[in-house]
Write a protein that binds this ligand. Structure first.
Ligand code: SF4
Ligand code: SF4
Length: 421
């Protein structure tokens, strides 16, 4: 959505205030300017020229959004708040330019796949200078205040990225289907064990997997920060990499990557000659790992798992992609496992990518509700379909002293198949 198109969208807000009861940011800050209605009013004021977008308040208020879409889901007028915020962030990036660090990461690093890959492969050699092992072997903590809160538990970059561990094609005898796997950055560089679990579970169930070596970042971090030209380049690269592959489906195992391929590329590439149709074809072919497996059915017998598990709905998986039922079906199908639903499984965990970097205290407060919910469930395993949510929930559980493991749905299934990780 362009800035000039926004007037049509903002006038749809009937000021009913329904968004107040569901917005995690409003719940913590309690200020009208932090909820969807307040942001819509502010954008309307900028469009009319009553407020200057260059003023510090506008940029800060546009940053107070997790893009969780809870407001959209509950808005009787269907106001597309995410599109409004993205258009505002795009305007800010165009008018004021990106901050230097973001410009370096997005324009220099992410535009060049080989350079980005080289940087990520060098990461494990130097991260020990910046990070120290957290007590209990649960992850790493910062050594220095380098833009990360000193209490923040992070998972280090792995010395062996996922795509260097697997061949470009994993075949099975008489495959039922063949899928192409879009790995995303977090799975490739930080959680390669999720990628291995995805491949292992698919393989055991008679699905061949193509893992294109030339794939890159989906572009979500760039897109949500308003750098649309770089996001368009990344979207084009993904569409080109996956178009023409002989695969029945393209699989994602990260809520944000899946939302990008299925929803955002269509908007980003709508005006790109030759790409709109290719983006639509990719969107139609893309499925989340749990969605695909639930549809295809698990054919391989599991050993089972004697544990109690609960499930956290990633905003981008549940609200953007509508995948809620399928992971629960897969978890409930694990022999020996007891499933306990959270009181509010779809409440945002507060991660939201760079939101938790820019507003760590606020993201922690939002996360506390999730951790309270998990603790009250008594579950030993917290399962989710998004690596970013995994990292943030682990951090919250660690800080609050709540016991339990956080796993990706694929890791849970791999464990149920007896693959020990
Ligand atoms: S719920 Fe929708 S229509 Fe109602 S105030 Fe919020 S944005 Fe406006
Ligand atoms: S997307 Fe989420 S955080 Fe942003 S205004 Fe809507 S409910 Fe609040």
């Amino acid at each position: 959505m362009q800035w000039s198109d926004l007037e049509r969208e903002v006038i749809r807000c009937i000021k009913c205030g329904a968004c107040q009861s569901v917005c995690p940011v409003f719940r913590e800050l309690g200020a009208e300017s932090t909820v969807a209605r307040g942001k819509v009013n502010l954008i309307r004021a900028v469009i009319r020229g009553d407020v200057d977008a260059a003023g510090a308040g506008f940029e800060e208020r546009m940053s107070w959004c997790l893009m969780c879409k809870a407001c959209q889901e509950n808005c009787p007028s269907g106001v597309k708040l995410d599109q409004l915020i993205l258009a505002a962030r795009r305007k800010l990036a165009e008018d004021k330019g990106l901050p230097l660090l973001k410009k370096l990461i997005f324009r220099l690093g992410l535009r060049n796949r080989r350079l980005f890959d080289f940087g990520m492969r060098m990461g494990p050699m130097f991260q020990g200078l910046l990070l120290r092992p957290a007590p209990g072997g649960k992850g790493m903590l910062p050594r220095l205040p380098m833009g990360l809160d000193m209490r923040r538990l992070v998972s280090p970059v792995d010395a062996r990225p996922f795509r260097s561990r697997v061949p470009a094609r994993v075949d099975v005898a008489e495959p039922r289907k063949t899928v192409a796997f879009f790995t995303g950055c977090m799975i490739n560089y930080i959680y390669p064990q999720i990628g291995e679990a995805v491949v292992e579970v698919l393989k055991r169930n008679g699905i061949a997997v193509i893992i294109p070596a030339g794939q890159h970042c989906c572009g979500t971090p760039v897109y949500v920060n308003g750098d649309v030209p770089t996001a368009v380049e990344l979207a084009r690269a993904t569409v080109d990499t996956f178009a023409g592959l002989e695969a029945d489906a393209v699989i994602t195992a990260c809520g944000s990557c899946g939302a990008a391929l299925r929803k955002e590329y269509a908007a980003l590439l709508a005006g790109e000659p030759g790409y709109a149709a290719k983006a639509a074809a990719l969107a139609a072919k893309t499925k989340d790992f749990a969605e695909f497996l639930a549809e295809e059915g698990l054919t391989a017998e599991m050993q089972g798992l004697a544990a109690t598990a609960t499930y956290h709905d990633s905003c981008h998986l549940a609200r953007s992609q509508g995948v809620r039922r399928q992971p629960r079906e897969l978890i409930a199908g694990v022999p020996g496992l007891t499933f306990k639903e959270l009181k509010a499984p779809a409440r945002c965990c507060g991660a939201a990518g760079s939101f938790s970097l820019a507003h760590y205290e606020l993201s922690r407060r939002i996360n506390d509700h999730k951790v309270d919910d998990i603790a009250a469930s008594g579950a030993e395993l917290v399962v989710t379909g998004c690596p970013m949510c995994m990292m943030h929930i682990r951090d919250g559980m660690n800080q609050r002293g709540v016991a339990g493991e956080v796993l990706h749905t694929a890791e849970l299934l791999a464990r149920a198949y007896g693959v020990e990780k």
